[in-house]
Each structure stands twice: as C-alpha cells, then as structure tokens.
Ligand binder design. Structure first.
Ligand code: PA5
Length: 415
C-alpha cells in the first residue's frame, strides 16, 4: 500500500470525518454513482477475458483506441505507468483523440488494417471527434459498413441503448457496455480501460485488486487522511485555488493528464449554493519541471497546494558511473549512486524547499510502480475527487459547462 503524509493542518472534527464517510457510502449504495462498484466487477472481467482468449490477437500489431476524454485518458495513463513492466507485450497502442489532421496522418502512417484492432469508445455514442475518426478510417481503408472486415477488426464500447449501441447491434459488431451510472472520466475500470489493457497483456485483475484494497480500507473507515485532504482543498479553495500535482517519474506523464481532466471536469462547477467553485489542476513531472514551473511555486503567489508523488523503488539499479569530468568535479557527489536514489532525493529536496516557503504540501509515496499500485492510485484520485466534490457541494459527476460549445459548433456548420 502507498502512504500519504500531510504537511498541513486540516481542522476537521471526528464527526465531520464520519459524515463524509457516510456520504460516500450512501452515494455508493444509492446506485446513482456506479464507479465505486467497479473494482469488484469480476463478471465484466470474465467477459473481456473470454473475448480476448477467443480472438486471434497474435495477428494484431496495432491496438487503435478511438475515443476522447474519459474514453481514452485512463487507458493512456495506465499504459504509460506500466509500460516498463514485464507483462506488456509489444503491440503498438495508438490513440485517435484529437481532430488534428496532421496527427491523424501521423497516427495512421504505419497502420495496416489487417494487422490492427480498432476500439471505438464513446459513452454517449455521438462524440464528433470519435465519429469523425471512424468515418475517416473506414474511408481510408476502403471498408464498407457491411464488410466482414469491419466486424472482425472493430469493437464498440458504449452505453446500453445509445445510438452507437443500436448501430453496433444492427451490424453485429462486438460490443461492450459501460454501466449507465459510470461517467466517462470514472470509467477506466469498465471495458473502456479493461479491454485495451488486457489486449496489451497487463494483469488487469491485479489492477482491480489494487483499487479494491483501497476501496475496502476506505469503506472500513480507515482513510481519514483522504478526507482531511479533500476538506482542506475545498475549504481553502478561495485562497488556494490552484492544485499542483508534482509527480516524480516520467511514467506519470499521462496520469497527470488524466488527473487534470478528472479534477477540472468534476469540480469546476456552479455549486448547490449557486457559487462558482473549483480548483485549477496543474500537473508537473519531476525532476524535469524543477527547471520550469518550480520557480513560480517557490517565489510566486501563495495560492497553491502541492501534492508530490514519489516512487520508492523503480525496480531498476542503474547507477551514475564513477567518472570524473574535468572542470565538472563538483558533480561527483552523485557518482555511484543509483538514478532511483537521485530522483527521490530530488523529490525530497523539492518538497522541503516548497514547504520552507509556507506552501501547503503533501506527499504520496508508492512502494513501486506495478499493476496493483497503479489500480490503487487511480482509485485514490477518484475517491479524492468525490470527497472534494462533496465538500465543495457540487455535482461531481456531470459536465453541463461543456455542452454550450457543442451547440455553437453545430450552428457553425449549419447551412
Ligand atoms: O468524462 C467525461 O464525461 C468526458 O470527458 C467524456 O468522456 C468525453 O467527452 C467523451 O465522451 P463520450 O465517451 O460520450 O464520447
């Protein structure tokens, strides 16, 4: 299990902590919010495993995920965090997200249709980016909707009875469903993430196990720190409106993106008291961003909280060799130490320097980066988001703000 240390005081009485536990347990039991149940959903896992066992994935070189936002970011985050592990096979994972024509061209440059498996993911079923990509792929590879090749090389993941679901049924396409009560950005433990991750060889059951361990601990009311942290963020959001995640491993690059989406889309809202609230998410990778954003944290306005993520054991003994470079002798203090030691010492040093400036910091330490710890991290952030939403008094699970732009877009193309 990972540990979180808070280096700030969160003044919350025990009965308020208990109320927060109860609110989340009630939300989970109400059936309105389904993501809490995903870590123990073994039935979906079995269905996906059966499909993967029966499909000839040996012939597939490219797994192309066509989806955006909650339909892609979780998978991308997990794959990048686990890419160094033994289970990952050598299939290419390609994401068709943005409608940038140059990126589309680049993404499909070496994609041979016969060697590729396309997963079209859209909860609503009608997202313009996703449908546009699919239309382009069909045209580019000269595939008609009725072709056997379409049925063989495509799978669909969507809500039951969505327009896409109806289309998939009519064309006998392989289809997996998301539960209706699981929102896109909370859906990585549904087929949305489980299918591509299983095709890539990951031990998906272990990912769910990591999430389940944290869930059980929270539901047994052993995670007060999580509640204190959420309360601190929500209660200080006017003075500390920026939430910085400083992750000390390049493997967190897309986890950071996933966090920005989860945090931004879930918490930036007009709350139930009619007030505009939210915490602006900023995500950094250490040590790289010590050389860019850190200056602003240290000497800029005291309007941020910072969470550091540290990986204790990278399972990699690589060392800085004992070489003296003339004139650069002052760098010799690190010779013969491991890169693992160096990055973690940098994380600690940055954390101390930030704390010394009076910035409110906490540190999450993971034992290592494996399937279990990654499952735990994802669920940790989902719970933290739900709890912060509870304290901010918002509906964490909708996104009314993004609809307006879609309406305006359609008008722009109306003749
Ligand atoms: O989290 C969300 O709800 C959004 O980011 C959606 O995932 C995103 O807009 C894509 O929607 P859909 O899956 O319906 O295509």
């Amino acid at each position: 299990m990972s540990k979180t240390e808070l280096f700030f005081k969160s003044e919350l009485m025990q009965n308020d902590i208990d109320e927060a536990y109860e609110a989340i347990i009630e939300e989970s039991e109400s059936g309105e919010v389904g993501y809490y149940l995903l870590p123990e959903d073994m039935q979906t896992l079995t269905e996906i495993r059966q499909f993967c066992e029966n499909y000839d994935f040996d012939a597939i070189k490219n797994v192309v995920v066509i989806g955006i936002g909650g339909s892609s970011l979780g998978t991308k985050a997990i794959d990048y965090m686990l890419a160094h592990t033994e289970n990952r096979n050598d299939k290419n994972l390609i994401f068709m997200e943005n409608v940038d024509p140059n990126e589309i061209k680049h993404n499909l440059k070496n994609v041979n249709f016969e060697e590729s498996f396309f997963i079209m993911i859209s909860k609503s079923g009608g997202t313009i980016e996703t449908t546009s990509h699919v239309k382009y792929i069909l045209d580019r590879y000269d595939i008609s909707l009725g072709d056997a090749a379409f049925v063989k090389h495509f799978a669909i993941i969507t809500d039951p009875l969505s327009p896409l679901d109806q289309f998939a049924k009519e064309h006998t396409l392989t289809t997996f469903h998301l539960p209706l009560n699981v929102g896109g950005r909370f859906s990585v433990f549904t087929p949305v993430g489980l299918l591509p991750l299983m095709i890539l060889g990951y031990d998906v059951e272990k990912i769910l196990f990591g999430a389940r361990e944290l869930k059980e601990s929270f539901f047994a009311k052993n995670e007060d720190t999580l509640i204190k942290k959420a309360y601190f963020y929500a209660s200080s959001q006017e003075n500390l409106p920026i939430n910085v995640l400083f992750s000390y491993s390049s493997s967190f690059k897309y986890f950071n993106d996933w966090y920005v989406q989860l945090w931004g889309e879930s918490l930036g809202k007009i709350n139930r008291d009619g007030k505009k609230v939210g915490l602006t998410p900023i995500a950094l990778v250490g040590s790289v961003d010590q050389h860019s954003f850190l200056q602003l944290i240290i000497e800029g306005p005291l309007n941020k909280t910072v969470t550091m993520i540290k990986v204790e054991d990278f399972n990699n003994e690589m060392k800085i060799p004992d070489i003296t470079i003339p004139h650069l002798e002052k760098t010799n203090f690190i010779n013969e130490h491991s890169f693992n030691e160096l990055i973690n010492a940098q994380c600690d040093a940055t954390m101390e320097s930030i704390k010394d400036q009076g910035v409110d910091v906490d540190m999450i330490t993971l034992n290592g980066l494996d399937e279990k710890s990654v499952g735990e991290m994802i669920f940790y952030y989902e719970l933290l988001t739900s709890l912060t939403g509870y304290f901010l008094n918002v509906n964490t699970y909708n996104q009314p703000g993004v609809e307006l732009g879609k309406v305006i877009l359609q008008k722009k193309f109306e003749k």
